[in-house]
Design a protein around this ligand. Sequence first.
Ligand SMILES: [Zn+2]
Ligand SMILES: [Zn+2]
Length: 669
Amino acid sequence: MASPAKVVHHSGAAAKVDVNAFMSQIQVTLPDGSSRDIAAGAPVRAVAEAISPGLAKAALAAVVDGKLVDLTFPLDRDATVKIVTDRSPEALALYRHSTAHLLAAAVTNLFPGVQCGIGPATDEGFFYDFVVPRPFVPEDLEKIEAKMRELAAQDLVYERQMWPRDDARTFFTKRGEPLKVQLIDEKTEGQKEVSCYTIKDKETFIDFCVGPHVPSTGKLKAFKLLNTSNAYWKGDARNQPMQRIYGTAFFSDKDLKSYLTQIEEAKKRDHRKLGKELGLFTFHQWSPGAVFWKDKGTTLYNTLANYMRDVLLPNGYVEVKTPIIYNKALWETSGHWAHYRQNMFQVQGSEGEEMAIKAMNCPGHYLLYSNDVHSYRELPIRFHEQTPLHRNELAGVLSGLTRVRQFSQDDGHCFVMPDQIGSEVEHMLRLIRRVYDDLGMTYQAKFSTRPDEFLGDVATWDHAESELRTALERAGLDYTLNAKDGAFYGPKIDFDVTDAIGRQWQCATIQLDYMMPERFDLKYIGADNTEHRVVVIHRAIFGSFERFIAILIEHYAGAFPLWLAPVQAIVLPIADRHMEYAVSVSDRVKQAGLRVEIDERQEKIGYKIREAQLQKIPYMLVVGDRESAEGTVSVRTRAGGDQGASPVDAFIASAREEIAHKGRAVATA
Ligand SMILES: [Zn+2]
Ligand SMILES: [Zn+2]
């Protein structure tokens, strides 16, 4: 049995060492500014213990000098210390990652010989990838979860052990875990020691991991395994096939339960399922990650595309179309050739020249801007483009409409003078707000400021940030501040929209850019008749149309508001003899600009109504003897509401009224 030559234990027991045994004291500064003296070498847990027994009990980890560490982390010099509890923003990811270790411990105990991959926390929970002889089945998950509960009940310690790197490599090689060896090779090059974590002991579970984790399995209470999927080592289909187990974890049963209810609801709304049922789109293996929009899906897509034009064009934007394929010289100028090439499809021109398919519109817009000399009087210049973009995503990460290789954005680039930043951003914020209000979605703005590594000078950044802050205030928007989270080339404002079941999606973005104007030498002639540098503002409201449509499908559960519904009304003749009248109704409704169909099948009316409801068509116009005689339609909504007979013109007028209100007035559902 390979035993490490030297194992440094920072176990729970270390915390109980008599503090008097330490010769010297160090000073820790707490978040409230107060300070405490702690024995040098004591684990950071001692700080929590010194503050209160309650805090010691609640402690999950600590932040020492800005770095998240285990409670066993030894304090050997003066430091700032924050104790992490379940209320800390860092806590949930740490807790979930620790639960992923618990999952791996349960799996390796139940299925000897299984190889472990990686097990990170995610926004929704955690997962762990395994190499297994056969895929997991639902009964396996039940067994694994029961084992996890058993290990949690035993309150086993997570212990950090420092292993000499070679010993760790030998150990995992002998255990038949080449993937762990590969991770050690890649992640710890040049290190003498690597950190491994055990649960209880290395027989129970050991993993190569940088940590940190909760102190013991007893801290893990509300967790649930959800499902499995095929996966590949590092998400690349050319690599080792693996099985991924997904789970989630929360600090309380109540939070877990409400999340589980939400995912049940999300399953019903899954855009991949609804997209098929409603006949919106499909895929084919010969063009992975590229959508085949069926006629109804295309109608939905075009309605949104034209809506965006209706929002932007009267507000100073011009629509442009720029090339799809560019010589590498463009990508070298933008920097994408060096840093982003592997994400773009590369093609060869007829002269053998290296080219790439655009993954974003910005560089094309810069070329278009520099094609003319611009006076300060023309600014801001606002380009909007909806042509397709391509990103060479790994096959393993493609998913429905949310992760695709081909997509379009409502992509805009505004070229402004520095003193126009504030008013331009305020203008953008008002447009963003209008769009989300039209869709009946709530949203939250996030303002990200200068990171530690940044381009340009502090004064320029300060000016830009104060302009953005003022714009947010003038637009009357509440926002959260993400300090130091801006891109290195400029501050930004992002928007999270919240859908009908409480999930958040990042969509709109406003991004200042001081770098590209330099790289592409973008300028304007100022009032002083000399050349000046413009500032570029990248902005999108939907982001990718494909992803945004996925969000909308799930937000509305496929029951689109009237203005977006691919089919807005369907005429349902009760019997064959009503067909002629049905056609005349349909013609009138169509001529009024509504999207209408007729169900001509010889089916019972109840069946036709049920079908139309399943297709989530907002209005059913039933026509029989009485309606034909009186020139009316009997209006039903998809929710099952019978609105009674109405003259055709009255129906048209009220439908048009509803369309004009978009998602603001949710009259029917
Ligand atoms: Zn870990
Ligand atoms: Zn851009």
